[in-house]
Each structure stands twice: as structure tokens, then as C-alpha cells.
Design a protein around this ligand. Structure first.
Ligand SMILES: Cc1cc2nc3c(=O)[nH]c(=O)nc-3n(C[C@H](O)[C@H](O)[C@H](O)COP(=O)(O)O)c2cc1C
Length: 225
């Protein structure tokens, strides 16, 4: 039975362990062909996507892991994943979801090396056979960045509908220069985010993470009368 939009939004999670089973280009094209109906102001459709599978995926992963090995603490990010001095309630939300994930993985707070190694799995797409990278023309402003987000969420939901899973990955921005060089992204385009795409490993503990959401009272104001 097809899942409703409400079901898809509720069941999508950030999947952080995938099966190696390939996802065909036809399947990825079909997902993008639906997701492209995401709205964008003025119908600009500002997004560009680079899809990596097969040998191209493996080459990219190898190049980035090599760069990490050579210079583990390099940061090629052009935009901050989080603002400095993150404030409440966002600070606690970020901390909580991290701790919940590491608890499922059985990695304690003190085991910095295990946490670092886990972070590194981002750069292997958590084992997913396909990766997507989203770029925007540098001339675009905040509005178009928001529209790109709508497109990305649409991809995640269509993937979910098809029994696939995703994880959005801003982690790749820390290696934006390396990724852009390998994929031939021109300087006029800024790499925003990656996305792992594949079949979820349902046996993996990390995929049991259901992150919490704040109640409406914390973020909605109804103006009446
Ligand atoms: C734009 C974006 C980038 C993200 N980047 C990463 C990432 O690099 N690595 C990761 O493990 N999770 C990443 N996440 C996943 C978030 O941590 C996750 O969406 C959040 O904790 C809520 O959990 P859920 O997606 O399972 O509902 C990202 C999410 C978004 C929307």
C-alpha cells in the first residue's frame, strides 16, 4: 500500500547504515524526476545535483579518505554547519540527538577516537552505494538556499516511498574543495550538502534512532482575532 505524505514524513529518518545493494541509475532518475516538482520561488529551480555510483562513487570516497588521512583536521567548509556559540534550545537538541546516536552505537563520551571513526563513516556514505551532491550558483541568496532544502526533502520522501533510505550530509562540506575537484564542479557553484542513498540496513542499531521534535508550543504562534 502506498504511504501517505504524512506517513512518509513521519517514517523518514537519517539512515546511517546501508546495505551494499546497488541502486540503479533508472531508480535515481525516477526519484529526481518526481522531486523536481518541489517548489522554488519564481520557479527558479536553482538546484544542481551530482550523482555518484559505482566506480565514480568509490573514486570519490578514496580521494576524500586520502585527503583526510593526509590532513585530518583540514576544514574546507565555506559555510558554517552551525552558528558559533549555539544557543538554547538548539544547543541541547543538538547534544541530545548526538548522545542518543552514540548510545545506540555503544560509544561512550570519553571514547573520542571511536566517535571520530564513526564520523568518518560520513565519507563512505555510511555504506550506501549512491551519493548525491547539491550545489548552487554562488550568485543565489538565502531564498534559493531554502528552495534547495525543499528539493532535498522531496528526494528523501520519494526515496522513502520506494523503500530506499537517505541521510543528508553536510559533513561533506568540510571537504568541499576535494569533492568539487573530483566531480569537476565549477568555481561558480558552491557545494552545499551530500546525501547518502541506498537500502537501509534494518538490523543496524543506529537506524533505530528516532530523533525527538519539540511540541508546537515551542515554535508556533497563532495570531487570532
Ligand atoms: C542539511 C542537513 C545536513 C545533515 N548533515 C548530516 C551529516 O553530515 N551527518 C549526519 O550523520 N547527519 C546529518 N544530518 C542529519 C541530522 O542530524 C538529522 O536530520 C536530525 O538529527 C534529525 O533526525 P532525522 O533526520 O532522523 O529525523 C543532516 C541533516 C540535514 C537536514
Amino acid at each position: 500500500m502506498t504511504k501517505s505524505a504524512s506517513d512518509l514524513i513521519r517514517t523518514r529518518i537519517s539512515t546511517r547504515a546501508f546495505l551494499p545493494d546497488p541502486v540503479s541509475e533508472a531508480e535515481i532518475r525516477a526519484i529526481l524526476d518526481i522531486a523536481k516538482f518541489a517548489p522554488s520561488g519564481g520557479n527558479l529551480q536553482p538546484w544542481k545535483v551530482h550523482v555518484v555510483t559505482g566506480a565514480a562513487r568509490d573514486r570519490l570516497v578514496a580521494a576524500v579518505l586520502k585527503a583526510i588521512a593526509e590532513n585530518p583536521f583540514a576544514d574546507e567548509a565555506e559555510l558554517k554547519v552551525y552558528p558559533d556559540n549555539l544557543w538554547e534550545p538548539h544547543r541541547t537538541r543538538r547534544f541530545t540527538v548526538g548522545e542518543q546516536m552514540y548510545a545506540l552505537l555503544g560509544i561512550p563520551r570519553e571514547d573520542k577516537m571511536a566517535r571520530l571513526m564513526n564520523l568518518r563513516k560520513n565519507f563512505e556514505f555510511f555504506g550506501a552505494p549512491a551519493g548525491l551532491f547539491f550545489t548552487l550558483d554562488r550568485r543565489f541568496d538565502k531564498g534559493q538556499w531554502a528552495h534547495l532544502g525543499m528539493f532535498m526533502q522531496s528526494i528523501a520522501l520519494v526515496a522513502e516511498e520506494r523503500g530506499l533510505a537517505t541521510c543528508m550530509q553536510e559533513a561533506w562540506t568540510t571537504r568541499a574543495k576535494t569533492v568539487s575537484a573530483v566531480l569537476g564542479v565549477p568555481d561558480t557553484e558552491q557545494l552545499y550538502c551530500g546525501m547518502a542513498l541506498g537500502r537501509p540496513d534494518r538490523a543496524a542499531a543506529v537506524n533505530r534512532l528516532r530523533s525527538e521534535r519539540a511540541p508546537l508550543a515551542e515554535f508556533v504562534a497563532f495570531h487570532r482575532d
